[in-house]
Design a protein around this ligand. Structure first.
Ligand code: KG4
Length: 334
């Protein structure tokens, strides 16, 4: 079986062709970072308009790179939600129209399900069940993944997502968008103990997150630095901020794994590309006898291959999208 998958939930237009359970034949991601960088965040209307321009060329490129044509495709999968509705509608409507015209089955996929299953796209693959931390620009959540269609949420952020905190702190420091990669690069040259930023652990047994207090504390620190001739460097602020985020993410993930009793932990979402988070989680999991699965960074950030795989399982479960199925902004999983 050959699947054509489309992802357009936010600011990247992505398409992939894959053979489920075996290999990704192609995965194309067209980034809009240049368009949104000067605004320090995503402008929804600009994102939708760019998806309209890019959807056809990106799908064509995915087919070409896979060395196949539309006649070879057996299933079309696209992200149905959550995300920016204008952006989602471009990819999801394109997929439904294509499927209708070609007489193919079409499935709508939850973006979170894609992230939760992306670890199954490369070896070694975790067996079910596993505990997953999904940490991106729009989400920071912990899940128990029991099988490819059964996910239960264990905790989530009560305010900002971790990636959003990275982006907002980068904006305060004038580092541009997206902030995560720039902050993690600068953090490598800074002292993570320079500033003791707060760690919001919430109630003792809570697996929820909160990053807005940390962001406010960084803003106060930056303002204080402006009025002093000497103070911590930008690299020190980045390293100390990153350490506070990573500390809490690692603590809660380990607590979630303890609660589920799963021996396997999976990481996903754009912030999973953060080298410090990968190192700390690897150390903490090894110390606690847990197996950690870290997808390649290209599978952690938004991509269509993960949507194709999650779509395949929905197809097996006979969850097909009707022609009038609508996109949704909030995930029922989250
Ligand atoms: O999953 P993703 O590609 O898409 C959305 O959530 O839309 O994640 C993007 C997020 C951004 O907030 C970005 O700043 C963050 O992932 N990110 C990182 C790193 N690379 C990307 N955050 C921390 N460290 C990184 N190296």
């Amino acid at each position: 079986m050959l699947i054509l998958a489309i992802e357009s939930s936010c600011d990247d237009t992505a398409a992939a062709v894959l053979e489920p359970e075996s290999r990704i034949r192609s995965s194309v991601v067209s980034s809009q970072n240049e368009i949104h960088a000067r605004f320090g965040g995503i402008v929804p209307e600009l994102a939708s308009r760019r998806h309209i321009e890019m959807i056809r060329p990106v799908v064509d490129q995915a087919l070409e790179q896979a060395g196949v044509g539309l006649d070879d495709i057996d299933l079309v999968a696209a992200t149905q939600g959550p995300g920016l509705v204008g952006s989602l509608l471009v990819g999801f409507t394109f997929a439904k129209a294509l499927a209708l015209v070609r007489g193919l089955p079409c499935v709508g996929v939850d973006h979170m399900a894609g992230h939760l299953l992306s670890c199954l796209l490369e070896d070694p693959r975790p067996a079910f069940p596993y505990t997953a931390l999904i940490v991106s620009g729009g989400n920071t959540s912990l899940f128990s993944v029991d099988d490819p269609l059964t996910f239960s949420r264990l905790g989530r952020t009560r305010d900002d997502a971790a990636g959003e905190a990275f982006d907002k702190v980068a904006k305060l420091l004038g580092l541009g968008y997206p902030g995560g990669p720039m902050i993690s690069r600068l953090a490598a040259e800074g002292d993570p103990t320079a500033i003791a930023f707060p760690r919001a652990r919430l109630d003792a047994d809570s697996l929820d997150f909160s990053f807005s207090g940390l962001k406010t504390s960084v803003a106060a620190q930056i303002n204080a630095c402006r009025s002093q001739s000497e103070g911590p460097s930008v690299a020190d602020i980045c390293a100390s901020f990153q350490e506070a985020v990573v500390d809490v993410l690692a603590d809660k993930t380990l607590a979630a794994a303890e609660r589920t009793g799963h021996g396997r932990v999976v990481l996903g979402g754009g912030v999973a590309a953060n080298p410090r988070l990968r190192t700390v989680l690897a150390e903490r999991c090894a110390d606690n006898g847990l197996e950690l699965f870290l997808p390649a960074p290209a599978l952690c950030t938004d991509n269509a291959a993960m949507i194709g795989l999650a779509g395949y399982y929905r197809f097996l479960g006979n969850h097909l999208a009707e022609a009038d199925a609508d996109a949704y902004s909030r995930s029922p999983l989250n």
